[in-house]
Design a protein around this ligand. Structure first.
Ligand code: AMP
Length: 193
């Protein structure tokens, strides 16, 4: 049973690791990016609104994002833990998540930060752009996403560090090696699959 989140710059490998960790810990992986992309694909009102931000590499407004996650966390499959991938990303989202969890008498157990050098991240995303065709993986948009991450999301690292629940893990290397590092770090914090 673990309530965790994965944080790190675009291209650090959060999505890949989220799937593997969710299987290992048998908890749902909740990716706000995937939920937004599904809504864009289905042309829902949320998707139409989110697309304009995503295509520019900007964050979708907190009000929309917070409501989406609060709803998702109320589903029964989250009662035995969850892995948030890419949320929270702003200090306002941290507060909103704290409130949702506190209302259930819960709190976050651990925050795994995947670290990655920006130049390596850019190379990885160029590769992903070629294979997956994401519309926000172009060079200009990517540079903006990295800048937005540094401005809006990097400050969260200190917040969670201050709470003593931060585990920083080197995100560069073979997928299985990175998963192994995350598992080791989580087990040092008392969470084993
Ligand atoms: P990702 O797949 O996590 O890289 O997310 C892709 C895009 O979805 C981001 O660049 C944002 O536009 C949007 N997005 C995903 N998660 C969030 C979030 N927590 N807050 C605001 N926007 C988000």
């Amino acid at each position: 049973m673990v309530r965790m989140l994965l944080v790190g710059p675009p291209g650090a490998g959060k999505g890949t690791q989220a799937v593997l960790l969710s299987e290992a810990f048998r908890i749902p992986a909740i990716s706000t990016g995937d939920i937004f992309r599904a809504n864009v694909r289905d042309e829902t009102p949320l998707g139409v609104e989110a697309k304009s931000y995503m295509d520019r590499g900007e964050y979708v407004p907190d009000s929309l994002t917070n409501a989406l996650v609060a709803d998702r966390l109320s589903h029964a499959d989250c009662e035995r833990g969850f892995l948030l991938d890419g949320y929270p990303r702003t200090l306002d989202q941290v507060r909103a998540l704290d409130e949702v969890l506190a209302a259930q008498g819960n709190h976050l157990d651990i925050v795994v930060e995947l670290t990655a050098d920006p130049e390596i991240v850019i190379q990885r995303i160029r590769h992903r752009a070629a294979s997956q065709g994401r519309t926000d993986d172009t060079d200009d948009v990517l540079r903006n996403r990295l800048a937005v991450y540094t401005r809006e999301t990097a400050p969260l690292i200190d917040v969670y560090g201050g709470r003593g629940i931060l585990a920083s893990v080197d995100g560069i290397g073979a997928i299985d090696d990175v998963t192994g590092r995350i598992m080791e770090s989580m087990s040092a914090h008392g969470f084993s699959a």
